[in-house]
Each structure stands twice: as C-alpha cells, then as structure tokens.
Design a binder for this molecule. Structure first.
Ligand code: ADP
Length: 176
C-alpha cells in the first residue's frame, strides 16, 4: 500500500483544431452541398457553426487579401461573390476536432483541381475556367493562424456553439 504513479486513462494532449470551410458558389450551383458534407463527415469532425452568407465585396477582399497582387484577383472576388455562377451565396462552416486542418485538406485535395488527386473533392468536381481561374468548389483554411483569422472574419462568437477563442463582454450603445 501507499502512493504511486499511474497513467491517466484519457489522452493527455488532444490536438483539437478548428477551421473555416466554405462551399463556394460553383459547389452550390453543381448541387454538391450534400455530397461535400457527406465526404467531410468521414472525418468524424464536428460542425460547430454553419450559415448561408451573401458575400459582400468587403468580405471577399478581406478573405482573399493575401491574393491581392495576383492577376486573377478580380476574378477571384467575382467568383466568391457568386457573380460567375449566378448564385450569390456561399455556405460557411466551422469544423472542429482532432487534427481537423490536415484531415479536411486531405479530403479537399490540391488547390489546382487538375493536380488534385481524382478521389478528392476538388479532384472530382473542380475545373479550370477558360480564363484560367481554379474553380475548386470549396475553401478550407490552410493553417491554425489563417483559420483563426478567417473564423473571426466570417462568424460572431455567438454563432459558434463552442468557445474557440477568448471573448470579452462589451457594452453596445445604440444611438437614438
Ligand atoms: P486554397 O484555396 O487552396 O487555400 P489559395 O489561398 O492559394 O488556395 O488560393 C485561393 C483561391 O484562388 C483558390 O482556391 C483558387 O480558387 C484560386 N487560385 C489560387 N491559385 C490560383 C492560380 N494559380 N490560378 C488560378 N486560380 C488560383
């Protein structure tokens, strides 16, 4: 008898991550929503936020600000705003769970749909337009920093059912 050490039966370090997933206007136009959600459900990750969004130019430009100097930037903005597909909306979601970013990016496939493995979502359903833009049916955050920036850009804290990032209570004064 006495005291000794023993291992906890639970995992000490859970690599929980979260990321933003967008079903882009081409994905909606091609009726791929159910299909993409089914593919992503293979990961066993949890959806902790979801909504349809009409994307303003401001939101589009902020989301893609790292692409500002690319020759296809204006087309990219039109694309995410739905102007190329006559579908002015995207479906935005936050996926959360163990190793979420790697799992989702593996299923999504490479950015260039022609280089993407044909079994991936982009490899199956993406295309390159005659103007050279990659239409790749979904967006997925590429790392934890980008995920945090993007989730905070697309969602308010109260839209997400778990507390992903620290919040503070603020007083909002309405002008009469
Ligand atoms: P990802 O969406 O895989 O994170 P990026 O952030 O680099 O990739 O690019 C944003 C989007 O811009 C891509 O999803 C794709 O629609 C488009 N895009 C990226 N690179 C190119 C390219 N070289 N030519 C045409 N379109 C591109």
């Amino acid at each position: 008898y006495g005291y000794g050490k023993s291992y906890n039966s639970f995992k000490i370090k859970d690599m929980n991550q979260q990321l933003l997933v967008l079903i882009k206007p081409d994905g909606l136009k091609k009726s791929l929503t159910g299909n993409i959600l089914a593919r992503l459900s293979e990961t066993k990750l949890e959806i902790v936020a979801a909504k349809m969004v009409r994307v303003s130019r401001e939101l589009a430009v902020e989301h893609y600000k790292h692409m500002k100097d690319k020759p296809f930037f204006e087309d990219l903005i039109k694309y995410i705003q739905g102007e190329l597909h006559d579908r002015r909306k995207v479906m935005a979601m936050v996926y959360w769970g163990d190793n979420a970013i790697t799992k989702v990016r593996q299923l999504a496939g490479a950015t260039n749909p022609e280089e993407a493995d044909p079994t991936t979502i982009r490899g199956s359903y993406g295309r390159i337009t005659t103007k050279g833009l990659y239409e790749n049916v979904l967006h997925t955050s590429s790392n934890e920093l980008e995920a945090e920036r993007e989730i905070k850009l697309w969602f308010q804290p109260e839209d997400i059912i778990v507390d992903l990032y620290p919040t503070k209570v603020i007083e909002v004064k309405m002008e009469k």
